[in-house]
Design a protein around this ligand. Structure first.
Ligand SMILES: Cc1cc2nc3c(=O)[nH]c(=O)nc-3n(C[C@H](O)[C@H](O)[C@H](O)COP(=O)(O)O)c2cc1C
Length: 269
């Protein structure tokens, strides 16, 4: 058996969980783990194909309670060809709603036999207080337990699929934030702004997962923004920010509603 991890990760929480899970499963099965990062746009140009004796941990962040819709086309090109599949989603302390079941069904349609699934908590992309610092040491212990149970399941040969996970199928609509009057807030066209602290180093343009930021003038964001916040949280000068009123209202509301609790990871093996 050959173990693989693959992930999309704006702010690194999905990456940490997928690397930890794939690494531990491989260790327990006595083989190596290969990890593929499909966050950069260039990494999503070629289809990815696996084989029957592969085990693939596939991770994405939860966006509006679902698998990021901008990744659906690419995920549809990932071919399992009978490989074992482990869907993993990272959510920002609110809820993963139907994202895990959606990713499971995408993997099953792509020819994987899903034998486990997990929803783990990561610091919310929009915030530095919501799910702050997660996945933390306690979460990583749970990732390890998840991986151990998967390895034991593989060794026992108990590989019925698809794995039963929480969520509704067919999936519900995307989670819609609402303003004070109950009207939907549409943040799809919101793009990051750039302050005078920007030195035009080009870091944000180089790392934007959608390749939407102009390298010569990073204040120009001509493509789509998925609000992954990689540029905002990672800018070496702290020069990127959002000033859209609807976005800021939604962020503050999330912090007020979900900031006071520690959401639990959920695993299905
Ligand atoms: C546009 C957008 C929508 C999100 N929607 C949700 C959501 O519905 N529920 C939730 O708990 N977290 C939500 N999040 C938070 C991310 O799922 C979470 O922070 C995740 O850990 C980010 O993964 P990454 O660090 O790999 O990018 C959303 C993030 C973004 C950017």
């Amino acid at each position: 058996m050959s173990v693989h991890g693959m992930f999309f990760s704006g702010t690194g929480t999905t990456e940490r969980v997928v690397r930890a899970a794939a690494g531990r499963i491989a260790e327990r099965l006595g083989c190596g783990a290969e990890v593929f990062d499909f966050t950069p746009p260039g990494a999503r140009q070629e289809p990815k194909c696996f084989q029957k004796d592969d085990l693939v941990v596939l991770g994405v962040p939860v966006i509006a309670g679902r698998v990021p819709n901008l990744l659906l086309k690419y995920l549809g090109t990932v071919q399992g060809s009978g490989a074992l599949g482990v869907p993993v989603v990272l959510f920002g302390n609110r809820s993963y709603d139907d994202a895990l079941i959606e990713l499971r069904d995408i993997m099953e349609s792509g020819g994987f036999r899903t034998i486990a699934g997990g929803a783990f908590v990561g610091e919310h992309s929009f915030s530095t207080t919501l799910g702050r610092g997660r996945p933390d040491a306690d979460d990583l212990v749970q990732v390890q337990e998840f991986a151990d149970r998967i390895a034991e399941k593989v060794q026992a040969g108990a590989l019925a699929s698809p794995i039963a996970v929480r969520g509704e199928s067919p999936v519900r609509g995307y989670y819609t934030p609402r303003d004070r009057n109950g009207n939907g807030i549409d943040i799809r066209k919101v793009k990051p702004k750039t302050s005078e602290a920007c030195t035009k180093c080009g870091w944000c343009a180089a790392v934007c997962p959608l390749g939407s930021i102009n390298g010569g003038d990073p204040s120009v964001v001509s493509g789509i923004c998925m609000k992954c916040c990689k540029c905002i949280k990672g800018c070496p000068r702290g020069a990127k920010y959002f000033d859209d009123a609807g976005y800021l209202y939604h962020k503050e509301e999330l912090e007020a509603m979900y900031g006071g609790r520690r959401a639990e990871n959920e695993i299905f093996v």
